[in-house]
Write a protein that binds this ligand. Structure first.
Ligand code: FES
Length: 282
């Protein structure tokens, strides 16, 4: 290690060019890693100094957008949220997330995951369409009702859970942990009014929670602590309760608008939004 704390690491990166290569191969890059460097910073070093053709996905650099998921030393994680020295002493193995086709190098094709996500209706669905499109007020949800799904709403759709799931690895039709956890997040949301429709979607084609073997790997790798395995087990419980006609979620009326006596108006200590800097913007 040099005086300024820089240490050389080998980044062993799985490369694949769909036009040039018949099969993926590994390539080594020597990267001088400074103190606190994330894997993403190492990748940028390679791109700017060693090989500009190296491809990966990233955007926010702060564990929010979910685009930089990759396999680091055999475990799915976010490149921007992982420091090199926390996971390697000399050699760092990088590969694209498994269980997806590879577009190029470290870029997986996540489209099938988002198709499954969309299929399970990841949004609130209820009959008062006019209110949904032109809201006049907020729906009345208690803190306890919020707690039921809050943890699962922290998902950033990075795909790490899908890459770690042994069931999804052997059964491409299985919805997988991310779509199912998000399906449960809306199934249990007191503002939603589509329990029956959601139940039907979960049962159709045998893709739903019953295919989960509860390996728990999804929750181990989740960089946001969402715990998809927990959501899936809760989802199974809710469906069994519904079969026994005991599910509260299946019987509930969707949350109403906030009653007039609960309205507090605008708080005085919150300043008005500043005027738009661009004329005509709204
Ligand atoms: S770059 Fe956005 S989560 Fe890593």
């Amino acid at each position: 290690m040099s005086d300024n704390g820089v240490k050389d690491f080998v980044f062993r990166v799985r490369r694949f060019d769909p036009v040039e290569d018949k099969a993926p191969h590994y390539q080594d890059f020597k990267v001088p890693v400074g103190p606190g460097w994330t894997i993403l910073e190492g990748l940028w070093y390679i791109k700017e100094n060693l090989d500009s053709s190296l491809s990966w996905r990233s955007s926010c650099r702060m564990g929010v957008c979910g685009s930089c998921g990759m396999l680091v030393n055999g475990s799915a994680t976010l490149a921007c949220n992982t420091q090199v020295r926390d996971v390697a002493t000399d050699v760092l193995m990088l590969a694209p997330l498994p269980n997806f086709d590879i577009i190029r190098d470290l870029v997986p094709d996540l489209a099938p995951m988002f198709d499954k996500h969309t299929h399970l209706m990841p949004h609130i669905k209820r009959d008062d369409t006019e209110e949904m499109l032109e809201p006049t007020d907020q729906y009345w949800q208690t803190p306890e009702e919020l707690e039921q799904f809050l943890q699962f709403s922290y998902c950033i759709k990075c795909g790490c859970c899908m890459a770690a799931c042994p069931t999804f690895a052997s059964d491409a039709k299985f919805s997988g942990p991310m779509p199912l956890a998000q399906g449960y997040r809306y199934l249990i949301d007191s503002r939603d009014d589509a329990f029956r429709q959601r139940k039907e979607l979960l049962g159709s084609g045998g893709v739903g929670p019953w295919r989960c073997h509860y390996a728990g790997e999804c929750s181990k790798v989740c960089p946001k602590g969402v715990d998809p395995a927990r959501a899936i087990q809760f989802m199974k419980r809710e469906l069994v309760l519904d079969y026994l006609r005991l599910s509260k979620a299946a019987k509930r009326k969707p949350a109403p608008l906030l009653p007039a006596e609960k309205r507090q108006g605008r708080r005085d200590d919150i300043p008005e939004a500043p005027p738009f800097t661009v004329e005509g913007a709204s």
